[in-house]
Design a protein around this ligand. Structure first.
Ligand code: HEM
Length: 390
């Protein structure tokens, strides 16, 4: 711990809405960001695996094409929804977030470059996946690597922002903004925890695609169900090892918040563990009995509960890290009543519109590529696919 007075003072401008509301909006929008990110990252990961294991397996190639078409849409959603928690985190944790961002300034800027290249690559795969599966697979792998690096930079920043005691040494070791937070023992397990959960959610995406095709294309849907369901199960099982690793790297006094010191964190921890075990059993049962509805609705419901509990736990942990410095009661609040209701209505309308767009777009039915390929072969393939779906 360092002298708390070293941390820059809280912004004297009053918050335009109560602290609790900003906190709630941070959690809600971060959850949406992470769900979109999981579909994108997990979808791209499973598409790469399907592509490189497709020799002699026709359905694997179809999975590659089906997933690859969806990845750019989820990347767009990840980026746009990421803006919202970015604003709320700055409003509440500005002094911490700005300081860590400045310390890792160049990797942080690199995010924009990496995302542009990855985006371009994902679209290359949409256009060329069918005609040039070989190069498309490699481009997809490169783009996936870039978004993995982006996530890693985010984890560096988030872990650094909550450990002000490390800032001065980082700055003096590299005042040019090329720092990272590799010396933090929680960084790697924490990051792997995110990546592995993305793979599990990518598996769930395939289960949802299987549900959409269950009546019209049973053979392929059964394959999708197996592939997605097993990916979900294995990735979730791995979380027990990675999660335990993460837990033991957290300093003991902070770790204890999940073991009785903080009742809410402890209850959420238990719910998270039980929800994870239940999800694995339910998925395994559903695969054995070929019950796609239980897998798609039941396991998705449990998964949503687990994701929400983990995100709240992450937030409680951050506040525990910052406890010596961060005092929310110090915030001056001057609620802008004229603007706040308009903001909330627009926010809810925006989320509603987003859900409507997803439905209209048929994201989970797999029948509409984000950009139509103009080659005759691709058009014929897309038409066949539409016929299969309807
Ligand atoms: C597309 C690639 C992206 C990936 C894979 C990704 C992944 C992640 C991950 C894993 C975290 C959690 C880090 C941790 O807690 O250790 C995170 C946090 C965050 N991301 Fe993203 N992200 C991406 C893009 C973006 C973009 C473009 C933005 C902003 C426009 C953004 C905004 C945020 C914010 C603000 C947080 C921190 C929220 C908080 O601490 O409460 N992300 N991201």
């Amino acid at each position: 711990m360092i002298d708390p007075s070293i941390v820059p003072i809280v912004d004297p401008n009053p918050l335009p809405a109560p602290y609790w509301l900003f906190k709630l909006l941070l959690l809600v929008t971060f959850t949406l960001h992470i769900i979109a990110m999981n579909f994108m990252l997990g979808g791209a990961f499973l598409a790469v695996v399907a592509r490189f294991t497709s020799k002699g397996k026709e359905f694997r190639n179809r999975i590659f094409l089906d997933l690859a078409k969806k990845v750019p849409v989820f990347l767009a959603a990840t980026i746009t929804i990421g803006i919202a928690p970015l604003l709320f985190v700055q409003a509440i944790y500005g002094q911490y977030f700005y300081t860590s961002t400045i310390l890792i300034a160049w990797p942080w800027f690199l995010i924009l470059v990496l995302l542009c290249i990855a985006y371009y690559g994902f679209y290359y795969v949409v256009y060329n996946g069918q005609r040039r599966p070989g190069p498309a697979g490699i481009v997809l792998l490169v783009s996936l690597t870039f978004v993995l690096i982006v996530g890693f930079i985010q984890s560096n920043n988030v872990t650094l922002m909550q450990t002000p005691a490390h800032w001065a040494a980082k700055y003096f070791a590299s005042p040019t903004g090329w720092s990272n937070n590799l010396s933090d023992p929680t960084l790697i397990p924490r990051y792997l925890h995110f990546v592995t959960s993305a793979i599990a959610v990518g598996g769930m995406l395939l289960v949802l695609l299987a549900l959409a095709r269950w009546k019209s294309d049973r053979e392929y849907a059964t394959y999708l169900f197996q592939y997605g369901g097993k990916s979900f199960m294995y990735a979730t099982m791995a979380q027990f090892i990675i999660g335990t690793w993460f837990l033991v790297t957290i300093p003991r006094n902070l770790r204890m918040i999940f073991m009785g010191d903080n009742p809410l964190a402890s209850v959420l921890f238990i719910i998270g563990i039980l929800g994870t075990i239940a999800a694995i059993f339910l998925m395994s049962n559903a695969i054995r009995k070929q019950n796609i509805r239980v897998a798609a609705y039941g396991v998705s419901g449990l998964l949503a509960v687990v994701i929400i509990t983990m995100i709240i736990m992450r937030d409680i942990l951050r506040d525990a890290y910052l406890e010596p410095y961060f005092h929310p009661h110090q915030f001056a609040v001057k609620t802008q009543w004229a603007v706040l209701p308009v903001f909330l209505v627009l926010f809810l309308a925006g989320v509603g519109l987003w859900l409507l767009m997803l439905k209209r777009y048929g994201l989970f039915s797999g029948n509409k590529p984000p950009l139509a390929d103009t080659t005759p072969t691709a058009n014929a393939a897309a038409e066949t696919e539409v016929e299969l779906v309807h």
